[in-house]
Structures are given as structure tokens and as C-alpha cells.
Design a protein around this ligand. Sequence first.
Ligand code: PLP
Length: 499
Amino acid sequence: MTGNSHDTVSGDFGLSIEEPLIFEQDSPGALGVDWPEADIGADRLGGLARSGPVGLPSLAEPTVVRHYTRLSQKNYGIDTGLFPLGSCTMKHNPRLNERMARLPGFADIHPLQPESTVQGALALCREVQRWLSVLTGMPGVALTPGAGAHGELCGMMAIRAALDAGGAANADRQRVLVPDSAHGTNPATAAALGFEVVSIPEDGRGRVDPERFEALAGEGGVAAVMLTNPNTCGVFENDIRRIADAVHAAGGYFYCDGANFNAIVGRVRPGDLGVDAMHINLHKTFSTPHGGGGPGSGPVVFSDALAPYAPVPRIVEEAGVLRLEEANGEAFGRMKAFHGQMGMFVRALAYMMSHGADGLRQVSGDAVLNANYLLRKLEDVYSAPFAHSGPAMHEALFDDRSLRDTGASTLDIAKAMIDEGLHPMTVYFPLVVHGAMLVEPTETETRASLDRFIAIMRGLAERAKNGAPLAEAPYHAPRRRLDETQAARKPVLRWQAEG
Ligand SMILES: *Cc1c(COP(=O)(O)O)cnc(C)c1O
């Protein structure tokens, strides 16, 4: 069933064209280039000359061009429309950043070049560190981590190193307290480092209950707390100072997941809240693009207490010359080869400098305003579990209570959004909320685009209420409902020739 308002001869619809794999388009004999006859005597290959065909598809040049152009058009990106994925901060990436990152002095350098030839690039890295340090009120900055999750690993490895430096006294500090509303990377990081993860329940306001926290911290053996602020319920942990004091009194460290820094940049300095280590997702707060798994960039800022344990390399200045210090007594080691994602540093600095301090403050103000606008305009049709605990921060969280008698689910709404030309919001996360829908508009959406989003979401709620068949949406996508679990668990990554 296509569900389209009318069927087409081809079965394709508008620009939604079925595109077979390039191997399936193989047309033996077709060729986009004229190869000269190869004239390598077989004897020069010592009998290793290939005896059969290479197994690459044969295609005419226009076929190849169309194939990749069509594939590129199947992407939904921030340049195509509003990208409401909560917790991901999908904001517009200004073209100025791209222009700067392509300057040959940044784009064409090699990590093995002598330091004397890349003084400008090192100075740029230092400037990024300076901005991050000023914005967070934290003195140490490690630039190398390649993503937020990698930054968490870096911060927790520094905490581990600091605990180890404390010797036997810290031997049984193995517990890491993690709210159950945390991003999955938090407990995963703690577990990967061999810590014991202790879950802290949400208190009904979408926050950590400070008394419960103090009790847990008082039980001893605490290595650290990993807290996201603003958290993944989209609210500010307003007892954060109490939480910081409790974990410090218990002899542990405070790791803050700073992926949501977009909501507070220019207004709150995490260092003032008692944070010891925090990663910053340049690809969220500072507008560098999210890649398909990379390149992201997740620098980590450190308090005075943890800065000595930060990884190498460190950029140091001696007699006006910058160099990379590769060894340092207390550093726990390094996070990756070389020096980090240079292109991301350039983009982030271009973004920070073009906004300036006042502009960055406005970023968080507008991000929070946009999220609250959506929350207030939708909360009468989509139930909002924490609307009673004060204004949202940068994201608006809904649950599926309002869909209960409609027969439609959170998933159905998300799939119906695809037919409307929207990327779905984050669904079923955070886990503490049933049928969660987490919407993050970011500051870069205009009032008009927010109003369009609101109109669509209200319309879908209306349709669900009237019993529209949403359970088979999307109707207008080349693929309908996928077995996403199978796709994630058993991805088919290789094309197999039939027979
Ligand atoms: C995005 C995010 C992360 C992980 O960042 P990556 O760059 O995707 O590794 C961690 N915590 C929170 C709250 C996030 O939103």
C-alpha cells in the first residue's frame, strides 16, 4: 500500500526516487572513462597478475553522478529543515566557519610538521582553550577528545588518575553516582573504566533529589558523580551546589556532562558551581557540524584540582614560541594520536569570535526562549511531565499520556512527521519518561519555522485524536517502517552478489 493520493507509473513519487545500490546498477561493458590498454608484462608481477575481473560495477558517467546526487538528496540535514532532535543540539552552522576552516594555513597542515611551521595553528588552539576556560571558569583545557563520549572518558580518566595519586586512601573509591535521567554515555563511561555505577532516581520534578543524593554520597566509597546540567529532562539542576558540596565532602569529584552547555553559555560558569571536569561538544554548543559518527570534538575543561592530570599533548609557550609538550609527570596519558580535530577548532573559534561574549549570552537566551515557546504552544495537546517544575531550559519534553486513548503512539507521531517533511524529535529518551518526545529547536530557528513546526505537531495530535491511521506512517518515504532493532544489531554492511 502506498497511501499516496495517486499512484505513479514508476512507483516513485516526486523526488523520492527508488535508488538501487551501485552494484545493482552494474551494466557490463558500460564505462565512464577510456582506459588505455594496460601494457604491464605479466612477468613483472611475478605471477600475481589478477586472473578474473575486479568485481567493480561498470557504469556510464551520468549514471554514477545521478546515483550519488540522489543519495545525497536522501539526507535530512539542518540545511534542509528544522531538526528537533532533543539532546543533540542540531543548530545552523554558519558558512563563515567553513570558510575559515578551509584557509590553507589551517586546512593543509600536517600533524607531523615541525612545530616551528605551525605556530599560527597552535596559537589558534590556545585561543580556543582561552575562550573555553573563560566561558566555563575552569583553568585546564584538553582539546584532543574526539566527541562528547570521548570527553567523558577523558574526564573520568583524569579523575581516576587523581584518585590513584591519593594512594591507598582512595583504594575503595569505586562508586560513581549517576542520575537515572543521564545520557547513556555517562554510565557507559563509568562502567568502561571499571567503576561501579550507582543510579540516582529522578525526584518527580525531573531533577536529582538533594537529600537522597547526600544520603547516597554519605554511604562512602564515592569516586565521582556524573551529572548533566541542564539535564536530559530539559531542566536545570537547581540544587547543583549542594550536590557538588556533598560529593566533595565525600572525597569524590564532580564530573559534569556539558553537552547541554548551549542552554547556559554566557550566563553560568560551571567552575562556579563546583564542577571538576566537564566536556563541551563543539558540534553542539559551538556550531561545528555533526558528522556521521565524526568528526565531532569534545574538549574537556578541568578545575584546579584535576588540571594536573589532564592528558598530553599540552600547548606551552617558551620565549614566545609555542610547542607541544608530550610528557608531563602527572598527566594520565593521551586520548588519541596527534592533537585533535583542527578543523573543528577553527570553526568553533570563528563562531565564538563572530558572536562575541554578548552574542554567546544571547545564544543561550534564545535557545531557552525557543524551547519554552514550543512547550507552551504544545502542552495543551501533548502532555508535558515536568511543565510544573518551572520553565524548560533548551529542550521541551513531552510524554505519551495525552495519546493514551487515541491508539497512536510516540513512534506513530514521529513517523508521521517524516511525511510532513520534518525530521522526528528524539523519542523514548530520557528513559525516565514514558513514551518521551524530546524536542530541541535551538536558537537558530526563526519564529516562522517554529510556528510551522507547532502547526504540524498540533495537526498530528488532532489526527491522532480523530483516529487517523498513523500506525503505518510514513506513507511518502521510500522505506516505511524498518526493523530498527535488527538493523542496529545485525546490520548488513556488505552487498552480496546473488547466487
Ligand atoms: C550528545 C550528548 C553526549 C555525547 O556526545 P557525543 O559527541 O555524541 O559523543 C553526552 N551527553 C549528552 C547529554 C549529550 O547530549
